[in-house]
Design a protein around this ligand. Structure first.
Ligand SMILES: Cc1ncc(COP(=O)(O)O)c(C=O)c1O
Length: 393
């Protein structure tokens, strides 16, 4: 989805020529990215890490999630969302998605229990969750919200940046994301304590490099998920591109959504069509058979379209370490065996989120690309019209 080119090459070249390739000890590339990304997100603190997974983990640690807590995660997300919860020592509880292909506020309200510490809305495929409803429930039920914006870098919801609405947010900058440094990530929070604790999780020596953040009562044994200056340099160049890319895709999505609806198709629920990433156009069908027929036609005509149910590790039934309760490399560290988690009585089954399996089997997503020109968008529009005629007649 990303673009990469001479600005990134030049920036990395300058960095290498300077020889200053460690992030601390100077105001460098990572510092600049953290400041600029934080400003863009409306004034949150940002800590770069090595990945989206480690960012989710650090944010959970920042939010004081641990053994004895459960965290609600959606039935449709990359399994790292649920694995980060286990890495923090807590238990992931899988909640349904609705016809927006994102976390269902109704099911969240139903599944919040006394031990629920947090919920993780995931803005899957650049599609924003219903954040108004989720924040409202979270406030009433006193649970924390960690936005997984790994697949929604740069996107928004009703005028606010995704990742900045909850109590913390996490981003991935891996190869497949809207902005990339090959691998990389960042967590964010407007809460200074969440940020400091998360930073200790991200870097066992955080207090040494960032003495102004040092609080002995917030110290513990962290690891090292420190970002590299090379990532910082690439992301600073990527930041210059993101708005134009997302604007183009949002425009294409609006056009193609209308084309589909005019052709008799039903759109997935779009929670914030004008602000989201625009990376995927989505339609929902009455039956899986029709969805497969539509996707098949689209693939023949344009080479694109897929059913979310077919995306492997993005559906809870394929999160093997979770479904098999393989929570750690050593049994004594395994959150599924910790006495603190015994009372949570976790039981996972293939059909525990039947509503999600049904929706994910009836939805079709069509990937957008910022390089699509008017001709390409017209070609996709024609394919949508033709495929719709074929399956709705
Ligand atoms: C929704 C979601 N969460 C978390 C992650 C983990 O990010 P990373 O691969 O950078 O660890 C991904 C990555 O694909 C993702 O799509």
């Amino acid at each position: 989805m990303y673009r990469i080119g001479q600005p990134e090459v030049k920036r990395v070249e300058n960095l290498l020529e300077s020889g200053e390739i460690f992030r601390y000890g100077k105001a460098g590339e990572c510092d600049q990215f953290e400041a600029d990304w934080g400003r863009r997100l409306g004034g949150v603190q940002v800590r770069m890490t090595t990945s989206g997974t480690t960012s989710l983990y650090c944010a959970l640690v920042g939010l004081k999630v641990g053994p004895g807590d459960s965290v609600l995660v959606p039935a449709c997300t990359y399994m790292a969302t649920a694995l980060a919860v286990v890495a923090a020592g807590a238990m992931p509880i899988v909640a349904e998605v609705d016809e927006s292909i994102t976390l269902s506020p109704e099911d969240v309200a139903r599944k919040i229990a006394p031990h629920t510490k947090a919920i993780i809305p995931v803005h899957m495929w650049g599609l924003p969750c219903n954040m108004d409803a989720l924040m409202d429930i979270a406030e009433k039920r006193r649970v924390k919200v960690l936005e997984d914006a790994c697949q929604a870098v740069g996107g928004g919801y009703k005028g606010r940046a995704l990742g900045s609405i909850g109590h913390a947010g996490a981003f991935s900058f891996n190869y497949f994301k809207n902005m990339t440094s090959g691998e990389g990530g960042a967590f964010v929070s407007a809460d200074a304590s969440v940020f400091r604790r998360g930073s200790v999780a991200a870097d066992c020596c955080s207090y040494y490099w960032n003495p102004e953040e040092h609080r002995p009562d917030e110290q513990f044994a962290g690891l090292n998920f420190r970002a590299t200056e090379i990532s910082g340099a690439i992301l600073n160049a990527q930041l210059e591109r993101i708005d134009e890319m997302l604007d183009r895709m949002r425009g294409h999505k609006r056009t193609l959504t209308k084309v589909g609806e005019d052709a008799g198709l039903t759109s997935i629920t779009n929670n914030s069509l004008d602000d989201e990433c625009g990376t995927h156009v989505g339609f929902i069908f009455q039956t899986e058979e029709r969805a497969r027929a539509f996707a098949g036609e689209m693939k023949t005509l344009t080479g694109r379209a897929f059913l979310p149910i077919d995306t492997g590790r993005h559906v809870y039934t394929r999160w093997d370490p979770i479904m098999r309760k393989q929570g750690a490399h050593h049994p004594a560290l395994d959150p599924f065996r910790l006495p603190e988690n015994e009372a949570l009585q976790i039981a996972y089954s293939e059909d525990m989120c039947a509503q999600s399996l049904d929706i994910l089997s009836r939805a079709v997503l069509i990937g957008m690309h910022p390089d699509n020109d008017r001709e390409k968008v017209e070609e996709i529009a024609d394919a949508i019209r033709e495929s719709a005629k074929e399956v709705l007649s």
